[in-house]
Design a protein around this ligand. Sequence first.
Ligand code: ADP
Ligand code: MG
Length: 289
Amino acid sequence: MTDITADPNRPETDPSVVPLVPAEVRPRILAIANQKGGVGKTTTAINLGTALAAIGETVLIIDLDPQGNASTGLGIDRRARETSTYDVLSGGAPMRDAVLATAVPRLFIAPSTMDLSGLELEIGQARDRAFRLRNAIGEINKNTQGAPFTYVLVDCPPSLNLLTVNAMAAAHAVLVPLQCEFFALEGLSQLLQTVDQVKAALNPQLTIHGIVLTMFDARNNLSSQVVADVRNFMGSKVYETVIPRNVRVSEAPSYGKPVLVYDLKCVGSEAYLRLATEIIQREKELKAS
Ligand code: ADP
Ligand code: MG
């Protein structure tokens, strides 16, 4: 199936071809955040991004973790990261210069490098330090030759540091992965407090988009208990879709592939496709309200 929206670098198209999306679209920007490590932020960024792209959205993943797991998991070689999110946030390189195509049509990534770990020290005193990402994303769909991005997913580091604050200051909403484990809710109130602080001081429109429960293990009673507790505590903010613990999901990054490419039929892929559909549905409801 040919798709004229697939390549953002495509030359001027035939004027008789009506673009599928208007040229000046503001992307929806979601920060994927939780200060705990290993809860599924990066896995969600990669696979939700792939699922959204598979159903026709044009998606940019911004890797804001110095570990660069989202970049590696999408098969981006370290040597290919010539312009990284560090260059964008520290030196004012345009975001477009950092954007690389992935093997998935309509899915792009702005990769990170370890340099990013020094950013806070470097720009911590700058007046615009919390707005570096917002300003960089603001330019992303200007003068675009290809299909504009409709979704931007920011993969945050496992900390409530300046990088995560930049992501929240740039985002419309925060998507919080919570692992189905005993301490799932621990730290959530601190995260919600940070969201409130960013909302009050930097970004009045910021909301919680939703909470996605990850690594659910049906054989483990504790997993079901955690789902019940989190739904009880956070109500409708919790997505219906729960991501199961699935070995295919954890294998895929070592092949530099999203799980939807590695094994489309596995339960992990199916869950991320359902999550993408649910998110788009929620977006429609938000727009209608
Ligand atoms: P974070 O970005 O929050 O630190 P990751 O997305 O890197 O977390 O996930 C932590 C680890 O758990 C990784 O090794 C990843 O492959 C694994 N993992 C994440 N989600 C699943 C899942 N649904 N099933 C199995 N393993 C998973
Ligand atoms: Mg991560």
